[in-house]
Design a protein around this ligand. Sequence first.
Ligand SMILES: [Fe+2]
Length: 206
Amino acid sequence: MPREKTLEDLFVDTLKDIYYAEKRILKSLPKMAKGAESPKLKKGFEKHLTQTEGQIERLEQVFEIFGQPARGKKCEAIEGIIAEGDTIMKEYRGTAALDAGLISAAQAVEHYEITRYGTLRRWAEMLGKRNAASLLDRSLKEESDTDEQLNMIAEQANETAKTRNGKSAGKSRKAAKKGLSGGEARAKVMPGSAGETGQTNGRDGE
Ligand SMILES: [Fe+2]
């Protein structure tokens, strides 16, 4: 008969999943930074790269708290999300819609991480590992903040993408980037709802 599985087994398996995902993200972030058009978005990706290194270290500490070797387990979800981002990068390269697409891909990554960290934090609490829970909480907050920052950058990127596909398509790209041809009325997207470009401008929470 197979051994009984417990919450701790679930925890460790999920920890391996996010460890794999973080390492995978670490590899893809420089590519995204290089691909981004706007300097703000580039900077955002670079900042998140440094944060991701810290998150990987925190996960290693959590493995240690649970007396387990730090090991990843292939996460098909993150592979799929990153592959979609790569496709956007290829198909939208050189267009005004690139950054809006890159942000949508990055937010899909963030939301995946938010759900993982939220679950792991709760399970760590339930397993009585307060130190692990607080490490996971720090990473969860970073991911949520990154998601919020992407929301802000998305406002401009969405306008740029929209303008170039609309009536003002004849205006210069530089002007579009500065928002000069995008008009003053910015499309405000309510938290939790999908934006006009399919932006996930909401938060999953935990
Ligand atoms: Fe992360």
